[in-house]
Design a protein around this ligand. Structure first.
Ligand SMILES: C[S@@+](CC[C@H](N)C(=O)[O-])C[C@H]1O[C@@H](n2cnc3c(N)ncnc32)[C@H](O)[C@@H]1O
Length: 248
């Protein structure tokens, strides 16, 4: 994909603001850090870093070096602006992950919602292979994804959480899943992912060389575990975490 084609250039600020929706904090961020564990002193590559929401949080959690990579020039601009205003030492690159060619290898590769941009099994394998190639032996690849384990039967409203998930009743390989977002200030915007079957994900991780790929969570922050507000979200979770490691 060409860098000028990113759909996020037009929605960069709205997407950044969507990080204030409560499911981000109580489910997405909580689950992400449960999977990530202790990163103190680690080197981390944050693929599809967007405006750096998790890049910064990983650095603040004690990582030695964190580099964020994103296709959208506007997202990277927001990330760099934030770095200038409140410096943490995060580095950013405006690149297509599919063509990422770096010499360095790292302890942890993160991909928060990158893999669901693969519209074919070959594109998925390429993303997963890039992650594998950037990892040191013993390194981990973790992140979040559209929950392809829970195949949506058409449109599902998660309006009380700030979005609708729109797709065909029985999605096939490469079908579009559209997230129609409503931020707390009423701003509406949309972005699109692609559906690939769970077995396609298993295949890509195995083929790339990972031996222990698994879907993880999502989990609710302990402070919210008895809050029935989350029941509808958790009964058919739209999002899910994953982890895999590169073994010697
Ligand atoms: C849903 S946003 C997630 C951003 C960030 N990881 C977060 O959790 O806030 C998806 C991001 O993936 C980026 N993206 C999509 N395809 C990409 C590619 N081929 N290479 C790099 N970034 C990509 C988009 O530009 C966008 O910033």
């Amino acid at each position: 994909m060409n860098q000028s084609e990113s759909e996020y250039d037009g929605i960069a600020e709205a997407y950044r603001d969507s990080k204030q929706l409560s499911f981000r904090k109580y489910i997405e961020e909580y689950t992400f850090f449960e999977i990530l564990g202790d990163v103190r002193g680690a080197t981390v590559l944050d693929l599809a870093c967007g405006e750096g929401f998790y890049t910064r949080k990983i650095k603040q959690a004690g990582a030695a070096e964190v580099t964020g990579v994103d296709l959208s020039a506007e997202m990277i601009k927001l990330a760099e602006e934030e770095e200038r205003i409140r410096p943490l030492g995060c580095k950013y690159l405006n690149r297509d992950v599919a063509q990422l060619n770096m010499a360095e290898s790292v302890d942890v590769v993160v991909a928060m919602y990158l893999l669901n941009y693969a519209g074919t099994k070959e594109e998925l394998l390429n993303f997963v292979q890039v992650a594998y190639n950037r990892l040191q032996l013993g390194g981990r690849f973790i992140g979040f994804n559209d929950n392809v384990q829970h195949v949506p039967r058409g449109t599902i409203s998660f309006a009380q959480y700030g979005f609708d998930k729109v797709c065909t009743p029985s999605p096939q390989e490469g079908d579009v899943i559209s997230y129609q977002m409503i931020n707390e200030d009423g701003t509406r915007f949309e972005f699109k992912n692609y559906f690939l079957k769970p077995e396609t994900y298993q295949w890509a991780f195995q083929k790339a060389g990972f031996s222990n790929f698994q879907w993880v969570g999502p989990f609710i922050h302990p402070s919210q575990q008895h809050n029935s507000f989350w029941d509808a979200f958790m009964s058919h979770p739209p999002l899910i975490g994953f982890s895999a490691s590169k073994q010697g």
